[in-house]
Ligand binder design. Structure first.
Ligand code: DMJ
Length: 585
């Protein structure tokens, strides 16, 4: 032991001697250097120190970023991300503490896809929404939450809530209200509700069910709803579901004419005409193109766009009256039913809407969409639009039978047209369309304002004969209100496109929202009512349609935004169920 210690101490002494020797020799060497050589060495030394400091500061910054990510509001940002995405440290986030729920916007950055694909924010990145920014928007969000609570409690996973009987009804059996509401919740920044809905879609939604569905309705509500939320979030789970649904709908199009059958069994693929008619509805077969085209563009599978475009091409070639179309078409012959009604309301409406929107979706490259739309609007002016003698209200009537008899009847559904006309003007179509849009908007507002409930009936008739008689009247069988969106939809477009009138349109929307609150809000949600003409006998119908959440509340929310929209009419076409389809080609 002792010997070992001695040995160790001798060794240390030897090392010291060596190091003193080497220090002396370095000093000697240094003194032997010329001034120039010494200066060069000084420069190298200083550069070395600078580089080391730079490296150290970078390491520090990275550590600091990790800490910020852990403790700063970016945690909130991560909460609103779709589940399958995570931020990379270089994502930059703006947090505005003024907003009620915290304004969180991605300014720039890269998101990491689970499959290790980097998704560029410019193209496919999720969009983020601030949540409500004023009291009216908050009121609408609260209305949504109330409706959602009722649906969740009594109808979860079923198509519709029956708020009076605290139960549910099924139409297609695909949880329609959940899917139709996804993008509304996302746009309202209702994170908790959105997440539970997303989880249901991922885990419970299946289209492998033996149910008959209506091609048009399931396309605008479900396919459109899934595509919209897919584009807003970039969450591929939604696209997979959309593709599955699209595949199952394809047998509808196996007809000689290419005009699809109206109904199909999701499991067997057996397609057929509606039970009540040999024909399909014209608006139905011409209001699936935005969604099918987008499905092709999103999946790279061209079949969906092909079958949908074939219908447009075919209908384009059919003879029309003043550019206007009869409301029934036969899937086997591919021809319109002779003498069927011409209307811009039920079964005709969205044919015109989708002419314009398809023109926009395809980058204004397919001229016949625009030309057919313009011809139809001209025809409508010539043969469908009239004014009441009393107050000069502009309305759109219908043509009936072989003689094209004019009927001064207008569905509330027709009120979508102001929005469509305004969108056309926004895209360079004739300016005078805007004054038609404004006049029609006033008429639709009067359909609400002249009812004791301040809610519009399903259908109104207009008085053409007598200057002293009321402009419009409602038949008792038409006096129901199903919580429909069309007028609010048009208010939103008009507020966007004619911003100088925004405040007026917001006032109108607010009055109608209050009427919904007063006469359709019940303990477990919102209900359609049978009678808008008597505040004491509204006769609740015990149904909350999915479009109330998908459209009516969404459009109200968008209408009440004070400044620029978070979602631009130049970037999206909005489908017939208020779902957002990007314009990209
Ligand atoms: C919605 O399903 C769609 O807007 C459709 O185009 C017409 N009807 C309802 C809303 O009223």
């Amino acid at each position: 032991m002792f010997k070992n210690r001695e040995y160790v101490s001798l060794l240390v002494a030897d090392q010291d001697n060596n190091s003193i020797k080497s220090k002396r020799s370095i000093w000697r060497l240094w003194n032997q250097l010329s001034r120039l050589q010494r200066t060069l060495l000084y420069i190298i030394l200083i550069l070395g120190i600078i580089i080391s400091l730079y490296i150290l500061s970078n390491i520090f910054e990275t550590e600091n970023n990790k800490l910020i990510e852990k403790h700063s509001p970016i945690v909130e940002f991560n909460n609103v991300l779709p589940q399958s995405y995570s931020t990379k440290p270089n994502s930059k986030v703006d947090v505005d503490n003024n907003a009620r729920q915290g304004v969180v916007q991605v300014v720039q950055g890269v998101l990491e896809h689970p499959n290790n694909q980097n998704v560029n924010l410019k193209d496919d990145a999720p969009k983020y929404f601030t949540g409500p920014t004023n009291t009216r928007q908050i009121a609408v969000v609260n209305a949504f939450k109330h409706a959602w609570k009722g649906y969740k409690t009594f109808a979860w996973g079923h198509d519709h809530l029956k708020p009076i009987s605290a139960s549910y009804s099924n139409w297609f059996g695909v949880g329609l209200t959940i899917i139709d509401s996804l993008d509304t919740m996302y746009i309202m920044n209702l994170q908790e509700e959105y997440e539970e809905a997303r989880e249901w879609v991922e885990q419970k939604l299946t289209f492998d069910i033996p149910n008959d569905v209506n091609l048009f309705e399931i396309t605008i509500r479900v396919l459109g709803g899934l595509l919209s939320i897919y584009h807003l979030t970039s969450d591929k789970m939604y696209l997979d579901k959309a593709r599955d649904l699209g595949e199952r709908l394809l047998p509808c199009f196996n007809t000689d004419s290419g005009i699809p059958y109206s109904d199909i069994n999701l499991r067997t693929g057996l397609a057929h005409a509606p039970k009540w008619s040999p024909d399909s509805s014209t608006s139905e077969v011409t209001t699936i193109q935005l969604e099918f085209r987008d499905l092709s563009r999103s999946t790279g599978d061209s079949r969906f766009e092909e079958v949908a475009s074939k219908i447009s091409d075919h209908v384009h070639e059919l003879p029309k009256k003043h550019g206007l179309v009869p409301i029934f078409i036969n899937a086997l012959s591919g021809k319109f039913r002779q003498y069927s009604t011409i209307t811009m309301g039920a079964r005709g409406d969205s044919y015109y809407e989708y002419l314009l929107k398809q023109w926009l979706q395809t980058g204004k490259t397919i001229d016949y969409f625009r030309d057919d739309y313009l011809q139809a609007m001209k025809g409508a002016q010539e043969v469908l639009m009239k004014r009441t003698p009393a107050s000069n209200l502009l309305f759109i009537g219908e043509l009936l039978g072989s003689d094209d008899n004019f009927k001064p009847k207008m569905d509330h559904l027709t009120c979508y047209l102001s929005g469509t006309l305004a969108l056309g003007v926004h895209n360079g179509l004739p300016r005078h369309h805007l004054s038609i849009a404004e006049d029609l908007l006033t008429t639709c507002y009067q359909m609400y304002a002249r009812q004791p409930t301040f809610l519009a009936p399903e259908i109104a008739y207009f008085n053409l004969q007598d200057k002293t008689a009321a402009d419009l009247y409602v038949k008792s069988g038409d006096s129901h209100n199903l919580l429909r969106p069309e007028f609010i939809e048009s208010l939103w477009y008009m507020a966007e496109i004619v911003p100088e009138n925004r405040t007026r349109y917001q006032e109108w929307g607010w009055k109608i929202f209050q009427a919904f609150e007063n006469f359709t809000k019940v303990t477990n949600g919102y209900t359609s009512i049978a009678n808008v003409r008597n505040i004491k006998q509204t006769r609740p119908l015990d149904k909350m349609e999915s479009f109330f959440l998908a459209e009516t509340l969404k459009y109200l929310y968008l209408l009440f935004r004070d400044e620029n929209q978070e979602i631009s009419l130049d970037e999206y076409v909005v489908n017939s169920e208020a779902h957002f389809i990007p314009i990209k080609f």
